[in-house]
Design a protein around this ligand. Structure first.
Ligand code: GLN
Length: 308
């Protein structure tokens, strides 16, 4: 029998997670380097809209790469699906910021790595970066069920210090696959990454993807079911970068990791979840986040490929 997630003991899980001391906090920008390694929160959002949360689930952090599924969703909506021709959907087996495009086409390999997220940011409708920022913010708010603030210092530093992102955007310009200016694309992407969420909010966003594009709190259809399905499929194959295969075997739930130590999970029809804990493994995945995801998948029988 499948255990009832309403009764799942999240506090006991969190206590187990706190014994894990491995991993390193990201130091790409000062604000991320200053993250509290003891921050640890888990949140589940169930089909009836119930949110189950631990301590710290209301602590804000920048969403970072966990924004990529939602950015891709926005690009799919704004281009009426054409984004699927402009960005590949194959896993790379390489790190999130690898300077590499698809050979032959010059397209970014997939929307879950930086190249693809930069292109997705450039495809969002809007005549200038401010207009694209506003559309992205509106989309993220619909996934979350409320407006989200942006950490302006994080946005500024990521724009300024994201050398590899500038390199990727210039490479896509040179290949003819990016139409906006490289600097515009980096600015918009950096600002999206600097959006502030907490674990509970991120779990609602994951749940909206898991429930076919309908936000379980507001009841609002945020994206068509087909868009949600496409986004979750790419999370399943590419969401944890060069750790995606290992993730699928061990956790079996589509997810997106990020350098802030957040992971957003979408188990279609079953639940949305988020975990945040800043210390990361070599692939940039939260160490405690992975452990929590494995435990939740195992204990709530969420693995996509388990027969029973
Ligand atoms: N903003 C970060 C970057 O582009 C996000 C990376 C991540 O979370 N993996 O470098």
């Amino acid at each position: 029998m499948i255990p009832d997630p309403h009764r799942y003991d999240l506090d006991a899980l969190r206590a187990r997670l706190m014994n894990e001391r491995g991993g390193e906090v990201d130091d790409s920008i000062p604000q991320l380097a200053d993250a509290d390694p003891e921050l640890c929160a888990v949140a589940l959002v169930l089909p009836d809209g119930t949110a189950r949360v631990t301590t710290d689930a209301d602590v804000a952090f920048s969403i970072q790469s966990a924004v990529k599924p939602f950015l891709f969703a926005r690009a799919l909506l704004d281009t009426e699906g054409e984004a699927l021709d402009r960005v590949g959907i194959e896993p790379t087996g390489e790190s999130f910021d690898a300077i590499k495009l698809e050979s032959g086409t010059g397209r970014p390999p997939n929307p879950m790595v930086n190249a693809g997220a930069l292109l997705a940011a450039s495809l969002v409708r809007g005549s200038d970066p401010a207009a694209r920022d506003a559309r992205i913010a509106e989309g993220l708010a619909a996934f979350a069920g409320h407006d989200l603030a942006v950490d302006e210092d994080v946005a500024h530093n990521e724009h300024l210090l994201g050398d590899r992102n500038h390199a990727l955007a210039h490479l896509m310009r040179a290949e003819g696959t990016m139409q906006v200016s490289a600097d515009d694309a980096v600015a918009v992407y950096a600002r999206a990454c600097a959006t502030l969420v907490d674990a509970e909010t991120l779990a609602v966003m994951g749940a909206t993807l898991a429930y076919g594009g309908v936000n379980p709190h507001t009841g609002v259809r945020v994206v068509p079911a087909r868009v949600a399905r496409d986004v979750v499929s790419v999370m399943a194959t590419c969401g944890v970068y060069d750790g995606s295969g290992r993730w699928m075997r061990a956790v079996g739930v589509p997810a997106k990791s990020s350098v802030s130590g957040a992971i957003v999970l979408a188990a279609p029809g079953r639940l949305g979840a988020a975990v945040v804990s800043p210390p990361l493994d070599a692939q940039g995945t939260s160490v405690r986040g992975r452990l929590a995801s494995e435990a939740i998948s195992d204990e709530l029988h969420l693995h996509s490929f388990a027969a029973g």
